[in-house]
Design a protein around this ligand. Sequence first.
Ligand code: ATP
Length: 461
Amino acid sequence: MSSTAATKEWVLNAGEELRFEVDFRQTIELRLKSGCAEYFGAELGREATYVFSGENGAIFTWQGCTLAVAGECSSAYVAGETPMDSYINVHMAAQQLRMAAHQAQELGEKGEAPRIMIVGPEDSGKTSLARLLLNYAVRQGETPVFVDLDPTDATVTVPGTVSAIPVTKTLDIESGFMDYAMSSSYGQPETPLVWQFGHDDPGTNPSLFNILVDRAAQAINRRMGADARVAGAGIVVDTRGLSDISKDQVTMHAIEALGINILLVIGNERMYSLLDGRLTERNESMRGEAPPVSVVKLARSGGTVDRSALYRQQLNAKVVRQYFYGTGREEVSSFSTVVNFDDIQILRVGEDVVAPSSTLPLGEDRKVTDTTVAVVEPDESLMHSILAVTDAPRQQGDGSMSVDAGDAGDADGVVGIQAIGFVSVSKVEMERQRLIIVSPVPGRLQKHVLLYGNTKWVETS
Ligand SMILES: Nc1ncnc2c1ncn2[C@@H]1O[C@H](COP(=O)(O)OP(=O)(O)OP(=O)(O)O)[C@@H](O)[C@H]1O
């Protein structure tokens, strides 16, 4: 940004927030000059400079503060009406549960930590609230697990995935959850646990999505079994925006699989009333067998911004770029590698198109399920695809097999396998039978099984 960019000072009273929209061609530099302020629960450092581009957000203050903002925003204004009182009440209730859970653990008993899930329409502020609740918990010395069940947005790694990560420090003000993906490419401590779903809508393949949620739940429970700190802090689950809960096929499964005991419904009365009714019935029928789920209605912040499809595309492209190249401040090199078709096997879980039976040989009854595993023969359509790198064993033949939600077995180790990392296909060379791939870590990609997904990323400079 030019050093001559105009700087404007904003004075905020206690309980107010500065809301801003900065598009992808704009950059602002923001500084806290006096007082205290936070960005979705993470405290701003005094005199530190925060750079935002392609971001909508709000700097909130409980005590009052002065901010200096240099650069152009699409919009910036101070708002005094916010839902922060109700959000902090949720945090305080969750924190009480955590303290009781830690105390129970000390007595050798099994306490009930908060297992929070946030649902609501698109752009209602679910991810922002998850961020805020995680940051507040971390600021109180807790290590809650963030579970991302929203494959639309790239939050922790790349779009089209389900992920879980214990949050050990407040989320970076500029790069948010991406900080965790950065410090962890391929297998270091606190690596996010990630599963390739391959689509942006869980409804595209609910059977597969439910299996991935089961896998995430098992991994979280294992982690909690080994780490009392994490077990007592609980989980915060973000979900995909729902337009119609009655058509949703995955929320109820996720509530049971993840043992949710607090369901926050943000910004939609009808959705709240429907879920409250369903869960009251469920609580009655499961009395004594499973902890009850409390359903809490929360207001949507007036600051949340409805993002266009183009904006979301740009945002995802930015986050995927960060996955491969690091965030603006810590740009790292990504690595371009040549991979021979013979060295890898690409598998797809679930079919996009089910072959009509009229195209099958007479007498053959091909059973295609949502979790059928099939070998993908490399061709030009792989261009720009984001593929998950896995340790799955290579499949023989066409690989066809399937697995059901809740199954302990997992179709020869493919369905529901965790991703070690992701690569992007930058070139397909059919005549030389090889791919050029981009990876955030060096090294050859030999003998790996890659999982296909519909997510594409076109690299721009
Ligand atoms: N108080 C606020 N002031 C200004 N912008 C905000 C505020 N709260 C959230 N936003 C912005 O509004 C947008 C939508 O919020 P968020 O991503 O939290 O919604 P969501 O419900 O998770 O969306 P999705 O439908 O993608 O799951 C984001 O760009 C977010 O940064």
